[in-house]
Design a protein around this ligand. Sequence first.
Ligand SMILES: C[S@@+](CC[C@H](N)C(=O)[O-])C[C@H]1O[C@@H](n2cnc3c(N)ncnc32)[C@H](O)[C@@H]1O
Length: 237
Amino acid sequence: MAPLPAAEEKNLVKNYFDGVGFERWRNIYGAGPVNRVQADIRAGHQQTINTVLNWLPADLTGLTIADVGCGTGSLTLPLAERGARVWASDIAAKMVQEAQNQARRCRSAHGQFLDQNIEFAVADLEDLRGMYDVVVCLDVLIHYPAPRAQQMLKHLAQCARQRLIFSFAPQTPFYSLLKKIGELFPGASKTTRAYLHPESLMTQTLSELGWQLHHRTQISTRFYFARLLDFTRPAGS
Ligand SMILES: C[S@@+](CC[C@H](N)C(=O)[O-])C[C@H]1O[C@@H](n2cnc3c(N)ncnc32)[C@H](O)[C@@H]1O
C-alpha cells in the first residue's frame, strides 16, 4: 500500500468515523444487539478498557486525564465517574457528540451528571495542548503508519505529567498474516486502513525520551487484538 500524505490520511480517518464508521463503532461500543464478529470485538475492547481502569487508582479525584481519540466515551465515562477531570477529544465530531450525549445521561455515585467532570473537544490528538497527569490513547494508532504513530506518541508524551497509556496492533508474523487474509474479504475497502506496529519501535520512542515501561499486556480475542502499554515519566525528568 502506497503511503498517503499525512493530512490526507487523517482526513480519511475523520471522514470514516464521521460517516459509515460512526454507526458501526457506536453499535460495537454500545450494549445493543450486534453480529458475532462485532460481539467479539466488543468483548476484546471491553477488556482493554477494564485493564486500563485496573491500572489506575480507584479514586481519581484531583487527577487530570486526557482521553485522546475518545470515541463514544467508553473510557471517558468511567474515568469521570471515578472523580477525574477528563479532557475527551476526538477528530470525529459525531463520536464526540455521542460521548457527550452519554455523559449527559449518566450520573456519578454522588448524583452529579458525568459531563460536569468532562471537557469535550473535536480535535486532532496532535493539537493536544497543556499538561495532564495521565494521557490515554486507545485503539487510535492502528489508523496510522508507524512513523506517524511515533510522532503522535512523542507529542502525547510532552503533554503527560505522570503516565502515558496507549494501545496499538502489534506487528507479529501471525497478525501480519491475519491482516493479509482480512484484506482479501469484500468490505475491507469500506473500513479505514489498519497498520500493525513493531512493539520495539513504540517502546524505543518513549524510552529515548526517558520514559519507563510500567505495565504491558496483550489483549486478544478472535477478531480483536491490542498491545496495551503503560509508561511512567521518571520523577524529575
Ligand atoms: C477505534 S476508535 C477507539 C475509540 C476509543 N479510544 C475507545 O477505545 O473506545 C478510534 C477513534 O480514534 C479517533 N481518531 C482517529 N485519529 C485521530 C486523531 N488523529 N486525533 C484524534 N482522534 C482520532 C477516531 O475518530 C475514533 O473515534
